[in-house]
Design a protein. Structure first.
Length: 235
């Protein structure tokens, strides 16, 4: 756990809201990882696919196009399969990626979210995925009731970490960046939120690291429950 300026964030700036990334921050993607690796017959299959998914979402940002995340996911799955020399049908791709709507929350998530709700903080989910997929994910994981609002980046036509994705949430809820905390297990998400002026908290999920060339997150925790407990004790 790393806490740089928790007192300032919570007490001086009066923390009002927390924005959460969803995949890998709240939801465990292990089941999807295992299935993609099985279909592609390679232990690196998921990682190559996920990296391409993020890469080409940024290509869409830079070329002013916006296919939704699900469509990009399918397109780069075919690219990844070709990379590994595997033939995949459209049905196989759709069937494999449908697991994204059936991911469990990490064990620490429900406990942590409840503690944060008890602090009267506004909780908001923000994902690169579609609103339909997000609703299905949160419902399946049984954490939808914790959120005051949920957002897909489709409402602005840009993918995180573009500043407009975070700014949309701030504008809608009349929040200042410095009174809002962005929580994510991805260094690129932390970097984007920090660039927009939000306070940031990195969640140290297995295999996840902050981007060394970006400003470090203001806070860093092992999980959501740890974050909630520290905020509770410093409120």
């Amino acid at each position: 756990m790393r806490v740089i300026d928790l007192f300032y964030i919570i007490t001086v700036m009066k923390l009002k809201a927390i924005i959460f990334d969803v995949n890998e921050t709240l939801l465990n993607m292990q089941k999807l990882r295992e299935e993609i690796n099985r279909v592609l017959d390679n232990s690196l299959g998921f990682q190559v696919w996920f990296d391409k998914l993020l890469h080409y979402s940024l290509v869409e940002n830079e070329t002013d196009t916006h296919n939704d995340f699900s469509e990009i996911a399918k397109a780069v799955f075919k690219m990844t399969a070709d990379f590994f020399g595997k033939n995949t049908t459209e049905y196989q791709i759709n069937s494999t990626l449908s697991l994204v709507s059936k991911l469990p929350a990490y064990k620490d998530v429900s406990i942590g979210l409840q503690k944060l709700k008890d602090q009267n903080l506004k909780l908001i989910a923000l994902t690169n995925g579609t609103r339909e997929a997000l609703d299905a994910q949160l419902s399946f994981a049984e954490i939808d009731n914790y959120f005051d609002a949920v957002y897909s980046v489709d409402v602005v036509g840009k993918f995180k970490p573009h500043p407009i994705t975070y700014q949309k949430v701030l504008n809608d809820h009349h929040l200042l960046p410095q009174e809002t905390l962005m929580v994510a297990a991805h260094g690129w998400d932390i970097a984007g939120a920090a660039k927009t002026g939000l306070k940031t908290a990195f969640i140290e999920r297995d295999g996840k690291k902050e981007y060394p060339l970006a400003k470090p997150a203001d806070l860093s925790f092992k999980n959501i429950d740890e974050l909630a407990e520290v905020i509770k004790n410093n409120a």
